[in-house]
Design a protein around this ligand. Structure first.
Ligand code: DX5
Ligand code: ZN
Length: 218
């Protein structure tokens, strides 16, 4: 069986205290910190940019996993790499030149991730498999936390894991991951699970008590 990593998404954290929130989830057992960047154009929500990533970087000991829900992407890759992102994930749907985008991410010194929206198949990503370190399967339509897991994506995960074979590529699941849905995608071949509301629910910076229990439950 595959070791499963939990990557809490700070989209559901206290936006006034990202540093303390990152310290709390790391202290309570998370593996990566998932940072959701939204531009109000590729997705109908706006979060934050490279400056915020740079500000929270010193508060993260482990992997800062930056998910870019922005279009166009290429102009911002260097800024996110310089902010300290270990992984930079771009959406296949964000533009016509995804191969170039992935080249640019690795060229900037970060690991490259490819995100696929729920409606996007895996039939056309064969020429990208040597360009990525991670494939992020969206199990909600991007833009918001707390949405319902889209079950049709479980089959996509299994097919993707078969396509990847023994290549060193993480399959990350993003959206609607809870103790109920996590086993489905883990069994299908996922090895990194993003969870926002399932981790941060009921907590706050002054009382992060539930974070550890929420992380372990997934
Ligand atoms: C959605 C983001 C996800 C989201 C997950 O656009 O990419 O990472 O924060 O939140 P939950 O786990 O609450 O669905
Ligand atoms: Zn995300």
């Amino acid at each position: 069986s595959r070791a499963i990593k939990i990557a809490p998404s700070i989209l559901s954290a206290d936006f006034a205290n990202f540093g303390a929130e990152c310290q709390a989830i790391e202290a309570q057992g998370c593996d990566w910190v998932h940072v959701d960047v939204m531009d109000g154009h590729f997705v109908p929500n706006i979060t934050f940019g490279p400056a915020t990533c740079a500000a929270i970087r010193p508060h993260i000991k482990g992997v800062m996993d930056v998910h870019l829900m922005i279009a166009p992407v290429d102009a911002y890759i260097d800024a996110f790499a310089q902010s300290g992102a270990d992984i930079i994930t771009a959406h296949l749907e964000a533009g016509p030149h995804i191969h170039r985008t992935l080249q640019a991410i690795r060229g900037a010194g970060a690991k490259a991730g490819l995100a696929l929206n729920p409606g996007t198949g895996i039939e056309n990503i064969g020429y990208l498999l040597d360009m990525v370190d991670l494939i992020c399967v969206m199990t909600v339509n991007p833009g918001f936390g707390g949405q319902k897991f889209i079950r049709s994506q479980v089959d996509k995960v299994a097919r993707l894991r078969a396509m990847i074979g023994d290549r060193p590529i993480h399959i990350e699941i993003d959206g609607g991951v809870t103790p109920d849905t996590a086993p489905l995608v883990a069994a299908a071949g996922a090895d990194v699970l993003v969870a926002g509301s399932a981790v941060f629910k009921g907590g706050s910076v002054t009382n992060p008590a539930p974070y550890g229990a929420n992380i372990q439950a997934i």
